[in-house]
Design a protein around this ligand. Structure first.
Ligand code: UDP
Length: 370
């Protein structure tokens, strides 16, 4: 046993946990299956632009401790996410706010917008929303649901909105003010120089081995450390013994274009059913880029399968029930702890991942001290 902790996965959870335990005097080894650190927040520079290779990541939090923590490893710019929805060529502001309501119905006051939404909610007869469709109609009415939510959501999740949990749509603010900020959090921004550099700073002085597949050689790796922190998919850890959990994956089509400005915004969502991709990211706008070229990525959503990496847990009832069975097994693993989006099968944002990693580290440090 050469190490106190073996951390499997060099994403945000693994990097934060490794940092904390190293700073507490523990000997930590991080192993990573891919050929790079930073997991799905990985960014790489193309034409002087930080490209979010695994999809757009905008850091936002209301937690002072987490904001202070990330600022130890990166300077953040003042980017504010304000995606635009494209429905059959018509553009609408996101999240759902007075600009959206004005474009949709021509209304100019909050009262007018609230009246329309209230009528549409009543006409649909929804009192207690039981799924994403009912929740969406209850929040913003049927017009917005049909044009800005239904198509996007069914492409994104590959399931009807009636079979999806309501919490997914509650991620988005609904406000009766003129405010296109996608998040309500106190702090928001993108690390200048990219997420990869930020994670590299977190991992400074810590041994990291890339292209090492833990599960392929589990016994050998387990013998290297007293404890293991596993941040991969929890079902894969147990050889899918209860059957596989569902995850959504994304296929990216990334292009370098010889134009300084392709779409005028970092994120444009294609909310109709007919457009095969869910959104186009123009990476330079995350950092107010002035480069002569631009890099764009079209995102195509698909079910995760061998060859298509998991990105989003599908936290519907069936999968959550199945996950509970894996969780029981996980809790009984003698020296392994599970963390992160895949290890805990939760649709975590980055700040929540960090919070959870810091909490686990605190717990480990306090029990080790006893
Ligand atoms: N969503 C939608 N229309 C949009 C953007 C989002 O219906 O234009 C819904 C969709 O169901 C999505 C959810 O809101 O899965 C959460 O969106 P968010 O932007 O938080 O997703 P992420 O960036 O994590 O993919």
């Amino acid at each position: 046993m050469n190490y106190d902790y073996l951390v499997v996965g060099a994403g945000l959870f693994g990097a934060a946990f490794a940092r904390q335990m190293t700073d507490a005097g523990k000997k930590v080894l991080v192993i990573e299956k891919r050929d790079h650190i930073a997991g799905n927040v990985y960014t790489e520079e193309i034409e002087g632009i930080q490209v979010h290779r695994y999809g757009a990541h905008i850091f936002h939090t209301s937690d002072q401790e987490i904001w202070d923590y990330v600022n130890r490893f990166a300077d953040f710019n003042r980017y504010t996410n304000s995606p635009v929805a494209n429905y059959h060529g018509n553009l609408y502001s996101l999240p759902f706010n007075m600009y959206t309501f004005n474009r949709m119905w021509g209304v100019t006051t909050p009262q007018e917008a609230e009246t329309i939404i209230s009528h549409q909610r009543q006409a649909a007869g929804i009192t207690q929303p039981r799924n994403l469709e009912e929740q969406a109609i209850s929040l913003v009415g049927t017009d917005i649901y049909e044009k800005l939510i239904k198509g996007y959501t069914e492409k994104q999740w590959g399931r009807p909105c009636t079979e999806l949990p309501a919490f997914i749509i509650r991620r988005l603010p609904v406000r009766f003010t003129f405010d296109n900020n996608y998040f309500n959090d106190r702090y928001q921004g993108i690390p200048m120089g990219g997420y990869t550099q930020m994670v590299a700073n977190m991992l400074e002085g810590i041994e990291v081995r890339l292209e090492e597949d833990y599960l392929r050689n589990k016994q050998m790796w387990d013998e290297t450390a007293r404890k293991v922190i596993y941040t991969g998919p929890v079902d894969a850890y147990f050889h899918n013994c209860y059957g596989p959990l569902s995850y959504r994956s994304i296929r990216f089509e990334t292009e370098v274009l010889d134009t300084p400005n392709f779409q005028g915004n970092a994120v444009i969502n294609y909310t109709d059913r007919e457009t095969p991709y869910t959104r186009i990211i123009e990476h330079k706008w995350f950092e107010f880029g002035t480069q002569p070229k631009t890099v764009i990525s079209r995102e195509y959503s698909l079910e995760a399968c061998p060859g298509a990496e998991p990105y989003y847990p599908v936290n519907d009832e069936t999968n959550n029930t199945l996950y509970q069975k894996y969780r029981e097994l996980a809790l009984n693993e003698p020296k392994t702890l599970f963390g992160g989006r895949l290890g805990e099968y939760r649709y975590y944002d980055m700040d929540k991942v960090l919070y959870s990693a810091l909490e686990l580290a605190k717990k480990e440090i306090s029990t080790e001290d006893i």
